[in-house]
Design a protein around this ligand. Structure first.
Ligand code: 13P
Length: 306
């Protein structure tokens, strides 16, 4: 099984001047689509699921266990190096459930919490995760969201390099997500990135940096961001949009006469969801190339797997 500790993947990316994509899935179709893209590009990749948009009662019931089991089942059949991330849980307890459910990296969505609370929860998470061989990412600084055609930045603040260093040292995290102008969920235009700030954060902290809000991140700034310490880009919204576009285009051809069993959930070429899946794969392939992770798989895999 090609699961590799996240710090090892990120260190390889830093050493070789590229970044990994974390392409957020929400079900088996989207997860398979990302794995197919990584396989076709021979790229290391971070796969997984995000908790932010999911219903807490569902997550807290059996949702996290289900996502972990499904994730493990699919990554075990893969042949590229990868990490399995439970991204942005609403609570400490959910992240702990993620560790128990087979995820190899976890993150609490703590960027809007008062800093002392975030430090306490993230430190406790590191204490629980590291002995289990699980990595921890955390965000310091807070991203604006793009919702209903507008950027909402009431809670947002940029990452301060000195504060970020203190946060990393106090918590012991493996990867730091930063706010440097990037915007969550941005589908109109691109964000204005503060590259000098990114460089200053990289100089101040000892761990690789992650950029959330990959959908609206300007492609022209990717190489400079990697140069300035970024080893991971998170992409979510764009994948759901291309999926939905393709599913809608295909579903529109249904006359009401064709068998619904072929069209929904069959995993055959006739399945609307398979059309959505193909659009995710081609988008992820494009991003993998943009991040420079294409063709990097073999140098990370143990020899007997290659
Ligand atoms: P986007 O949805 O803006 O691509 O951001 C995804 C993300 O940051 C998940 O953590």
């Amino acid at each position: 099984m090609p699961l590799i500790p996240l710090p090892e993947l990120l260190a390889h990316a830093r050493e070789h001047g590229y970044a990994l994509g974390y392409f957020e899935s929400w079900d088996s179709y989207s997860l398979e689509a990302v794995l197919a893209a990584a396989h076709e590009e021979r790229a290391p990749v971070i796969v997984g699921f995000g908790a932010t948009m999911l219903d807490d009662p569902w997550l807290d019931d059996r949702g996290i266990g289900f996502l972990g089991a499904m994730g493990r089942a699919f990554v075990e059949g893969s042949d590229v190096p990868l990490a399995l991330l439970l991204n942005e849980t609403h609570s400490f307890e959910q992240a702990i459930r993620g560790i128990d459910s087979g995820f190899t990296a976890v993150m609490i969505d703590s960027h809007r919490w008062p800093v002392p609370e975030a430090v306490a929860a993230v430190s406790a998470l590191v204490d629980a995760a590291h002995p289990a061989g699980v990595a921890v990412e955390a965000e310091f600084g807070s991203l604006p969201d793009f919702v209903d055609g507008q950027v909402h930045d009431g809670h947002a603040y940029l990452t301060d390099p000195d504060e970020a260093r203190a946060f990393v040292e106090e918590t012991g995290i493996d990867c730091l997500a930063v706010a440097v102008g990037n915007v969550h969920l941005l589908t109109v235009g691109t964000a204005a990135i503060d590259l000098p700030r990114l460089k200053a954060i990289d100089a101040a902290v000892s761990v690789p940096l992650a950029i959330h809000g990959g959908t609206g991140f300007p492609p022209a700034d990717v190489a400079a961001a990697i140069d300035a310490g970024v080893a991971k880009f998170n992409v979510g919204t764009r994948l759901k949009r291309v999926f939905l576009d393709a599913v809608m285009a295909n579903a529109g051809t249904w006359t009401g006469q064709e068998s619904v069993h072929d069209l929904v959930g069959s995993h055959k070429d006739t399945d609307f969801l398979v059309a959505g899946q193909a659009s995710i794969t081609s988008t992820v392939r494009e991003l993998i190339r943009l991040y420079g992770s294409s063709g990097r798989a073999e140098s990370l895999l143990p020899k007997e797997v290659t």
